[in-house]
Design a protein around this ligand. Structure first.
Ligand code: ZN
Ligand code: ZN
Length: 347
């Protein structure tokens, strides 16, 4: 019930009122906020309370998962080798073609608006924020606290005062960043694209929602990102339920070399299905995307939902076996682990 305490605290604080970005010619824009592309069940605050009530007695045991050792000094100096480091949850450091990219940086103790309550990290951060290499680009999928953490984005921006990273954010979030003093921000709508050095950055639709308070549901957009380099195409799904969006992404922007897909935070299904993949959904998306490789994320870090913490990789393995996909095509990493992405280029 601690998370409800956080919610109550939040209700006591003021709602922010900003002008909604709204283009009536676009199907996913409405005067009340953004909507997903495909029909799905939508759950509100009452159902959130029902879930919390029903799972009141449910004790999901958490324990820190083992961290892999990494070499922050190597990562700091590296501007040539393609690498991927899983810092935890949806936070990856991707180094490719001289660019250091960070996804959804959340390196705090809690995924919450307040420091005393809300989902707590049970596996430590895989790479401390002060030991990150110089970050060139940060991509943000949406404004939920486990993906957009004020302390993390501020610290990353502040520790690079002279050379702040460029933040790519979904529509409606630029003003939030400006309020925090972060100005180097590009805001994008679904299917928008931006050139950055040798890369083209695309915002792509996924099925989710947004909210930081009880009053701002769907007022800012949620998005996946395709980062396209002549030698490498990376897809970062952020948070998503399964939908036809993945086949659409494949059609417009495939082929994809590596996808970061969520595999955790899926129980109870009646509540989570439309907004969070379970491992079966992640495998279906991997197939729809025709992704050469995928890596699982969004598990083993914060206790957000009801499934046992070590279940997602187990169910992923089963789903892959059932579909005849080898484990190295859709792999998982240890927290803190760095892998070389050389195998991506040996096409
Ligand atoms: Zn979310
Ligand atoms: Zn999430």
């Amino acid at each position: 019930m601690k998370s409800l305490m956080g919610m109550a605290f939040l209700m006591a604080t003021s709602a922010s009122c900003q002008t909604l970005p709204y283009d009536p010619t676009k199907k996913h824009h409405t005067a009340e906020g953004f909507v997903n592309n495909y029909p799905h069940e939508k759950h509100g605050f009452t159902e959130l309370l029902k879930w919390k009530w029903e799972s009141f007695d449910l004790e999901v045991k958490t324990k820190a998962l083992p961290l892999a050792e990494n070499d922050p000094e190597y990562l700091r100096k590296n501007r040539t080798d393609p690498t991927l480091t899983w810092i935890g949850h949806a936070t990856f450091l991707l180094q490719f073609a001289g660019l250091n990219i960070l996804t959804d940086p959340q390196l705090s103790e809690r995924a919450s608006p307040v420091s005393f309550a809300g989902p707590k990290r049970y596996t430590p951060v895989g790479l401390p924020i002060e030991r990150l290499p110089l970050i060139d680009v940060v991509i943000i999928s949406h404004n939920h606290y486990d993906h957009l953490d004020l302390t993390s984005v501020k610290q990353i921006n502040d520790q690079q005062k002279n050379k702040p990273p460029l933040f790519f954010v979904p529509l409606g979030l630029k003003s939030w960043f400006a309020e925090q003093g972060i100005e180097n921000v590009v805001e994008m709508d679904w299917w928008d694209q931006q050139r950055h050095r040798e890369w083209t950055i695309h915002s792509v639709p996924v099925q989710h929602f947004s909210a930081r308070t009880p009053w701002d549901r769907d007022k800012t957009l949620w998005t996946g990102w395709i980062l396209q380099h002549p030698d490498f195409v990376f897809f970062f799904a952020g948070d998503t339920g399964y939908s036809k969006d993945f086949a659409d992404i494949q059609k417009r922007l495939g082929p994809i070399d590596l996808s970061a897909l969520p595999i955790g935070a899926y129980e109870p299904r009646w509540f989570m299905k439309s907004v969070h993949f379970n491992p079966d959904d992640a495998v279906k998306a991997h197939q729809d995307l025709r992704s050469r490789y995928s890596v699982g994320m969004h598990w083993g870090t914060f206790k957000l939902t009801d499934e046992p913490i070590e279940e997602p990789p187990r169910l992923l393995k089963k789903a892959l076996e059932r579909e005849g996909i080898s484990q190295d095509k859709f792999f998982i990493m240890k927290h803190g682990q760095t892998i070389s992405l050389e195998f991506i280029n040996s096409k």
